[in-house]
Write a protein of this length. Sequence first.
Length: 376
Amino acid sequence: MNRIFISLRDRLRSHKVLVSAALGIVLLVVIVAVIAARTRKPPPAPPAPIQVEVVQVQQQDVPIYSEWIGTTDGMVNADIRAQVSGYLLSKAYTEGAFVRQGQLLFEIDPQPLQAVLNQAKGDLAKAESQVQQAVTQLDQAEAQLAQMKSQLVQAEANQRKTQLDVNKYGPLLDQKAVTQQDFDNAYQANEAAKAQVDVAKSQIKAAGAAVGTAKSAIVAAKAQVQSSQAAVKTAELNLGFTKIVSPIDGIVGIALAQVGDLVNPTSGILATVSTVDPIKVYFTATEQAYLDYAKRYPTQAERDGAAKQLELDLILADGTTYPHKGQFFIADRQVDPKTGARTVIRTFRYTPGAKALASKGVAMLPIAGGTVLEFP
């Protein structure tokens, strides 16, 4: 009996375990089904019908735009260099500001060049005094020459008189009308007169040589004066070059030399001044674009007229469009064999009021900066 009871008890326990497991599985399935039902999305609604607009097609010409990457630059870019050697004493402008033609930019120590100018002026004064001395010597030589000529005239007159006496006493001596002593005296007087004439002629020759020497001295002295005047002029120019001024109106860049630097004509650029009204924009058009343009306008007159009508829009780096249209300026004479492109230059007016802004250090357009160009 006990064995039967134990067997029944064990069977009942096994049935309880199976029932509990079955209930747990059923409960788990129900929970999963509830969760799946809650997370399931509703089916999407059908799409609304597409609204289609119908317009009347019109035929018309529309411009075709082309774009290039261009570079802006000043119409004139003046490189400022030193023309004499010396130490920079001062920089007299604000970098990036608008400067006027003739405005002082740099100053070089003028003292060495001032000394050279003073020496040149001293040499000029000395040369001018030598000219005066040579003129005085010439006056003296000419006066002496005139005196010698007067003496020659007197000596020739005396010699003619003594010659007459000789001519007169000769026949009289043959006639025994005069003594031999009288004839000899007349003859000796005539020979002495001839000697005086010869002396006067030699003195005139010497005086003439002195006059020629004095004239040559004057020419040499005047040449020295001209050389000294040129030296003074050169020294004055070099002294003036110690004040380096702007040759044009424009925006001046960053100084590449500082106060205290030793500069000379070969030391490089001190700064650059660029005109900005108008400015130039460089860009390269392809050879194919140029050929198409040439076919559209076959004659030079047609191409020139079309070039004047073309207008460029300049798009700045921030995406804004420059307010002024660009005008054709020049196209390079040849195509670059390396790139197959031809350089074209356009000009743009500067924005009104830009000079006033530039004077405060604000530039309206970059100099040598990149930008995008387009035109129909």
